[in-house]
Design a protein around this ligand. Sequence first.
Ligand code: AMP
Length: 280
Amino acid sequence: MELIKDIQTMRSYIKRIQEGKIVGFVPTMGHLHEGHLSLIKKGREESDVLVVSIFVNPTQFEPGGDFKSYPRNLEWDMKLAEAEGVDVIFAPSVEEIYPGGYSTFVEVEGHLTSILEGESRPGHFRGVTTILAKLFNIVSPDRTYFGEKDYQQALVVRKLVRDLNLNIEIVPLPTVREQDGLALSSRNSYLTPAERKAATVLYQSLLTAKKDIARGIRDATVISSHMEDLIRGQPLARIDYVAVIDPETLRRVERVEKEVLVAVAAKIGQTRLIDNLKIG
Ligand code: AMP
């Protein structure tokens, strides 16, 4: 496995290797866990050359966010990636990606980026689409892998790729969870043992919605209020949003007539976590 830290070397590596080969790409912010590894494994199966980027992207963190404290451990990540047969880790510095005077941003406008995470974290998706547009240009992948844990992000990236006519296939993959249902996330490492226990309330709230729907409840307001009641019962949790939405458009639904996406964001102590579940 190679470690590449600058854009020029990354570009020439791909050019040299690419002839007729499928390049798979898994963009991450590092601190790799089984969720990331599920994308890497799928990418390994489907690609001739597999590139994983590790870059904690400052432009997607809101002011006062956890950019500085975000967990970083390149050495450990490289060990995990190497064991999965990754060909290249692309781990540029912030200066390599955003040199002094940098001023270009890529933004998907409209509903998709203005609700849920877009509403709670203004500027977040602008940072995400900017870094991905840059990484796609640098790595030139044929396929790129995203986790449904960040469901809205996967939809936003799909829109970015369509709108900019990028010749890249977006492959979404299911959320990997701990035994008790908590979705794996690099941010779980912030949780104290008590918070870690409390954090399962997010997944439990999604299961509550699933049960409601299975019981024939169709009114989205009733479903969300059951979810909210459950989360409010957990003293360490503070709800950011609970939403019952159309999985394609991300518009809120009033009645559950077909498949819906149930999404939740909450703070557990100081740590903001998100989760979602598609319910057929
Ligand atoms: P991040 O490092 O948090 O930016 O995530 C990098 C990629 O891994 C994104 O596509 C995430 O959606 C995906 N990912 C993160 N957590 C999980 C998980 N628990 N299951 C599946 N994919 C995940």
